[in-house]
Ligand binder design. Structure first.
Ligand SMILES: O=C(O)c1cc(=O)[nH]c(=O)n1[C@@H]1O[C@H](COP(=O)(O)O)[C@@H](O)[C@H]1O
Length: 279
């Protein structure tokens, strides 16, 4: 089953648009685990176990593992998710982007070493930096388009004077990802929940692509506006393209006590309900 179908199945099974982001910071771990990088797997596995029936996807961020020399724990965590939540696709957030020969290695790292179902990519280096991921046709490749951070304005909002209509960079990318670049139908786009107007614009330009939308929770993005902008219906009332709304810190660190997993589940339930109410 390919990534797009995995997403559709998980959304249906769990009635959810919510992706739980796995960004483990040992300094924020509860009780005796605080500061202990050897507990990264244990912490994340508890979060996975507590939320696996509530989510459309999980999104581990590779930097939180690599910075702690904990890639082995990420491998174990990926295997754990496959075992306990085989219906939930996993998006490896790695934001890779490099020349083709190096991109081939990054693709193998994400899809083979870590068994990810999809990976986030920076499209700054152009199509030949994306193409190696398309040689894995069942996997997803999700391109940064209009990111949630303020610095996204530096490039993404600039107009391309040489192109007809002078689109903004993020608009041009959304149009390419919906058309010429999407050879096997694997591409998705990242659009921040902090910019609902641009989510709506991306949805116009890329009506069928999955949108990964981080920025609700800790970054203060508007969950209701996000869903209203990203979930669009066709004339027959069917959703044109899926959305996957990520929250990491607000769920992971809902409590710093021994009840952290229960607290994470409570926040995940509430966030799922808020997203669903806005559909
Ligand atoms: O690609 C991403 O996931 C991403 C893109 C973006 O534009 N903004 C963004 O915050 N992210 C990631 O989404 C997560 C957001 O975490 P919280 O702000 O704690 O919910 C982090 O792992 C970020 O690296």
């Amino acid at each position: 089953m390919n990534f797009i179908n995995q997403l559709a199945r998980a959304e249906r099974l769990h009635d959810s648009l919510l992706c739980v982001g796995l960004d483990p910071e040992p300094g924020k771990f509860p009780g005796a685990w605080k500061g202990d990088a050897a507990r990264i797997y244990d912490f994340c596995a508890r979060i996975v176990d507590a939320t696996k029936d509530l989510v459309v996807a999980f999104k581990p961020q590779i930097a939180y593992f690599a910075a702690q020399r904990a890639e082995d724990q990420l491998e174990r965590l990926m295997a754990h998710i496959k075992r306990v939540a085989p219906d939930v696709p996993v998006i490896l957030d790695a934001k890779r982007g490099d020349i083709g020969s190096t991109a081939e290695q990054y693709a193998r790292e994400a899809y083979e070493r870590y068994q990810a179902d999809a990976v986030t990519l920076s499209p700054f280096m152009g199509f030949d930096s994306i193409e190696p991921y398309l040689r894995h046709p069942d996997k997803g490749a999700i391109l940064l388009c209009r990111t949630s951070n303020p610095g996204g304005n530096d490039w993404q909002m600039q107009r391309l004077a040489d192109l007809p209509g002078q689109p903004r960079l993020y608009e041009h990318l959304a149009a390419l990802a919906q058309s010429a670049w999407n050879r096997n139908g694997q591409l998705g786009l990242v659009v921040g929940a902090t910019y609902p107007a641009e989510i709506a614009r991306v949805r116009e330009l890329a009506p069928t692509l999955p949108l990964l939308i981080p920025g609700v929770g800790a970054q203060g993005g508007d969950a209701v506006a996000t869903v209203q902008a990203g979930l669009v219906r066709d004339a027959a009332g069917a959703i044109t393209g899926p959305i996957v709304v990520n929250s990491s810190r607000a769920i992971l660190y809902a409590s710093n006590g021994d009840d952290f997993a229960e607290a994470a589940r409570r926040v995940a339930l509430a966030t799922r309900a808020t997203l669903n109410a806005a559909r």
